[in-house]
Design a protein around this ligand. Sequence first.
Ligand SMILES: Nc1ncnc2c1ncn2[C@@H]1O[C@H](COP(=O)(O)OP(=O)(O)OP(=O)(O)O)[C@@H](O)[C@H]1O
Length: 814
Amino acid sequence: MKQDGKEQKRQGKKSKKLQLYKPRKKNSVEEDAAIQYLQAQYDKINPDEIKTFKDFPLSQKTLKGLKENHYVTPTEIQKQAIGYALQGKDILGAAKTGSGKTLAFLIPILENLFCKKWTRLDGVGALVISPTRELAYQIYEALRKVGHLHDFSAGLIIGGQNLKFERKRMDQINILICTPGRLLQHMDENPLFDCSHLQILVLDEADRCLDMGFEATMNAIIENLPPERQTLLFSATQTKSVKDLARLSLSFPTYIAPHEQAATVTPDLLQQSYIITEIEDKIGILWSFIKNHLKQKVIVFMATCKQVKYIYELFCKLRPGVSLLALYGTLHQEKREKIYNEFCRKSNVVLFATDLASRGLDFPRVNWVIQMDCPEDVETYIHRAGRTARGFTGKGEGLLMLLPHEEKFVEHLQNSKIPINKIQVDPSKVIAPQKKIETLLSDSMELKQSAQRAFVSYLKSVFLMKNKEIFNVQLLDTDSYARSLGLIVPPYIKFLKKQQYAQKKQDNNNVIEKLKAKTESDKEDSDQSEEEVTDVNVEKKPEKQKIKERFVKFDFHNATDTDGKDFFQGNNFDIQLSGELLEEPQVESTKVADVKKLLKKNITVNTTVKFTEEGEIDEEENKDVDPEILKQISSANSSNLHFAKTQLLMQDEDKIDKVKFRESTRAKHKEKKRKLKNKRKEDEGEKDDFGSQSESDGPDLSWLPDPDKIYGKEKGSDNSGDSGEDRNSEASDGADYESGEDRNSEVSDGANHESGDDSESEVEENFHRPTKRKLLETQASVPPRKVKKVQDISASLSVSEAEALAMQLLQTKR
Ligand SMILES: Nc1ncnc2c1ncn2[C@@H]1O[C@H](COP(=O)(O)OP(=O)(O)OP(=O)(O)O)[C@@H](O)[C@H]1O
């Protein structure tokens, strides 16, 4: 019984399943009929006759989904695009931001697959590619709302999600909403991914999907898609590039641009203004704006993630009194989703964002869009500003902050049919929390580093911008900008240094080119007659002046570009010293100018003019100069003058000169040393022979006091006549005057001691010149320690000094 019951139950289940299946079959028949009817209507669609969605030949499920979401009247782009898309045409759709492009491609997708009776088993039937995850998510949500009554499965495939989870479900997805990178990853890695039956491909924000950033990825994706498909491209700033269209192999696409003839390309209810401000005032203005709009929903666009991150962190700490959010690419995906949803939900909130949020995102009821940094181009401006004033009745305001040199951007906007007015900020309402910012930064190293990163990233972004007419990093007052961020010292910017160097090099090249051209013409002039050459010489001064002026101009150019002291310290002197430029000299120096003059006079440089005994000029090559260099110089001379080459040769020649000069100096030093050595040897020889020399050959010791007088007269000694000779010799010893004076003073001291007030002549008469041997004997009687000392000292003394010392010792003994 139990079993019977189970069997009945099983059969009941089966029958239930069968029952479910049977009505589906029934429905299928109905559906077939409905599909046939709908398809028959497609060719009859006239966009002008469409008033409501019901006027389109759409499935009941789609109509019901639209109704549920209060979509009754189609927008212009919907009226035109849906009809053509249903007819199976490829479409290039361009319409203002917030004009309902999403439904313009979602409805055809649903209808296309519906009419083809697409099931889960059929795999991917439609593919929607979006440039950002947030936009993909938004499209997916819109599809879920409008298409939930259909039996198709939809999948959102974006980066930052669980890849494994996505992988397993890939084969069951019929409508795939994705970002390019993740799609390609599945195409490459996932065996379950199959899009060989793809019916319809949509690129939302098509111009962005097809631009340089996604080029390689998109090309790879397109290669994997079947060519027999319908392709729809949508954007507020549509691509018309033939190259792009060729890449997608569009077949006779229908271009739909309902607003092409409109007076403006931005939403009618969007009020747009701009202000001109100095870079350092931006933060103060933004802060004051937020403080004055606490009850509004505001998006603030900045150029880089790091700026967004820093301003968000800073303003959170400053507490403006309103919710703050930040959305940028480097955030974790979960956080990004959370912030996106939070911003959608809240009404009084400020969102700081990068261009990640500029395209396609449909945040409800945004009051203000502030573009704090000048957008890259008009298209970016349109997309950013288009985050407000969306839909049929949406109103909003946009404010663009421009630096004085960026005001040209307004011309581009106005030329692109964007109505924008200049407004002034009331300075009394601007309160810059500068002091607070600096205090916060001094308290938090993390915040300071964040500020530094923001600073560098902004300059980098400006530096990388293509439109150099508007974005000129050299015109930014970086010091002031750093200060406005709370940084007392601006961070070092490596990439700018590199750029500055490259710029200098380029400038130098230009100067060289000009000089070359000038030289060509000068050379032609120098081929004139001698008289003319004389005239040229007369004009030497103005020519030199001209060259100087060129330098001044060059320097001035650099100086103009050196608003920021950190970046533009360049001068020509530095450039000439740099190794790279020495390899290829590019700046004319005075040396070059000299060469130029010489060559103008037809003087062959580095030659010596010698005269023969007959007085004839004997010109021969200077042997000191490298003949190779001479050859090169003369070849440079014989052909047109090549300054750069000549300068190089002159530098080489300089090197040789230096080497030779060094060699000759070294030789001189050597010679001097040798002479000194010899002299010392001679002196030492005198000392050595001091006691062995004969009286007549020995040194003049006439000045010495008479030892007999000092020690007592010896019998038999004859000293007459000697004294006069001695006096004369002493008097004539002018060469050693100073030392003689010393000796005199010493001697006279002794004499005075001896004779008291005796006259000098009296003392002189009694003077006797002792023999050297006596002196030596006297020395020998000095205690050994003292003698040693004397010997040591005498070794370093001159002869006269040694004699004086000997005298002293004699006196000591006494
Ligand atoms: N027919 C309609 N009736 C009422 N509201 C609509 C209709 N179509 C779209 N909308 C609403 O208009 C808003 C903007 O739509 P959507 O996001 O598709 O604009 P878009 O043209 O794609 O803008 P963007 O160029 O910025 O991507 C959305 O909130 C959407 O719900």
